[in-house]
Write a protein that binds this ligand. Structure first.
Ligand code: TXA
Ligand code: MG
Length: 362
């Protein structure tokens, strides 16, 4: 790209028309725009413009076999690019706009860089006024993966998006912090299977569609022998530079684990407000407070910022606590397991093994 990145501040509830027009002019021009959605920030371009979409892959360092989500502002726009199965049409009408992405058969006119050559396409209508107005004003569907360099935690606020993409994209919209903080639920409508859990929970899908969605180990973020149907699920993701391990147990158990290891290198604990307080009092380590365990939505909202913060703490490793895999907790644990590269522990022997295996890098 040539020139400076334009940062446009837009009100997240009542987007200013003139500012939306300015941002949309970049999309119309075949440029790349970072914009807010209710889940996370996205890095987007005209989904019908092969060259514009190819830029996204280059900027993110994204493998070319990982297709993009196409964002639409109306059902008609969705039907122009994908074949929405008739039996699900009225349910989709009811649930959209919302943090749920549907995998359907693609219509031919989509560029190969959007679908990675698959016969399907991922479509979503975001429930964020800025995202919706941007798509409407651009008058084209917008292909947008999450706003993060490949493998890194996703930007859920404009400052982080600017850190990642200033000088790399033509425009960044600043509408503050996103609402949910983790990416949309992805569901394959052919098999009615959740490929990636998200804020639109399995329980809510069942209620809206009258069918219980299938869900596999892979979509929980665990390692699985099952074939990676959603290409993105096979890649390392959301990981900080600092080694991060998942503790499967309560705050008191963790305090015992640490008490049983001599000379533990400096580390930070990431978890709920309640666990952080107990652990900081008992061990005196640094903590990253994600919010009260009473509000699991706050934990989701602060998760990526917490993981990003770890890298600025100059500790040797981080430990993150596990959360109940109910509701949005399933999505939280999917991201947490990936951020930890599935390195989970329940006792001192396992943690000690992780610490010593990382020691060579200290
Ligand atoms: O909340 C979100 O979904 C955000 C915002 C910006 O909308 N976007 C997002 O996009 O998370 P991305 O590219 O980071 O994740 C898209 C996921 C990937 O795991 C990708 O492999 C999967 O959707 N996907 C896309 N097209 C697919 C397809 N045709 N079949 C199966 N999986 C697909
Ligand atoms: Mg992503």
């Amino acid at each position: 790209m040539q020139g400076k990145t334009s940062v446009i501040k837009i009100d997240s509830v009542n987007p200013e028309k003139d500012k939306i027009k300015s941002a949309a002019s970049f999309i119309k021009n075949g440029d790349v725009v970072v914009f807010p959605t209710e889940t996370v920030y996205g890095i987007g371009a005209n989904a019908l413009d092969e060259e514009a979409c190819a830029k996204i892959f280059k900027i993110k360092g994204r493998p070319s076999d990982n297709p993009l989500i196409v964002h639409v502002s109306s059902l008609e726009m969705a039907q122009e690019i994908g074949e929405i199965p008739k039996k699900y049409l009225s349910s989709i009408k009811n649930v959209w706009p919302s943090p749920i992405t549907f995998i359907v058969k693609a219509k031919k006119k989509l560029p190969k860089s959007v679908t990675s050559g698959l016969y399907t396409v991922a479509i979503r209508m975001p429930a964020h006024p800025v995202a919706l107005e941007l798509i409407k004003e651009s008058n084209v569907p917008i292909a947008a993966p999450s706003a993060n360099p490949s493998k890194k935690p996703t930007a859920t606020n404009a400052n982080q998006a600017i850190k990642y993409f200033d000088g790399k994209v033509e425009c960044i919209i600043d509408s503050g912090k996103t609402f949910f903080g983790i990416e949309s639920t992805v569901i394959d409508l052919e098999e009615f299977k959740i490929l990636r859990p998200g804020p639109f929970t399995s329980e809510e899908i069942e209620k809206a569609f009258g069918v219980k969605p299938k869900i596999n180990e892979l979509s929980k973020g665990k390692e699985s022998t099952e074939h990676a149907i959603s290409p993105g699920t096979k890649y390392a993701h959301y990981a900080p530079d600092t080694p991060l391990f998942l503790f499967e147990g309560g705050a008191k158990d963790f305090i015992d684990v640490i008490d049983n290891i001599e000379d533990v290198p400096e580390f930070a604990f990431i978890g709920s407000d309640e666990s952080c307080k107990k652990i900081s009092k008992a061990i005196g380590c640094s903590t990253v407070d994600l919010g009260s365990s009473d509000n699991i939505y706050d934990i989701a909202k602060n998760l990526y910022d917490g993981i990003i913060l770890l890298d600025s703490m100059k500790v040797k490793f981080g430990v993150i606590e596990s959360f109940d895999e109910k509701g949005i907790g399933l999505a939280i644990m999917n991201r947490v397991r990936k951020a930890c590269s599935n390195k989970a522990f329940t006792n001192e022997t396992q943690l000690f093994a992780y610490i010593t295996s990382e020691q060579k890098d200290y």
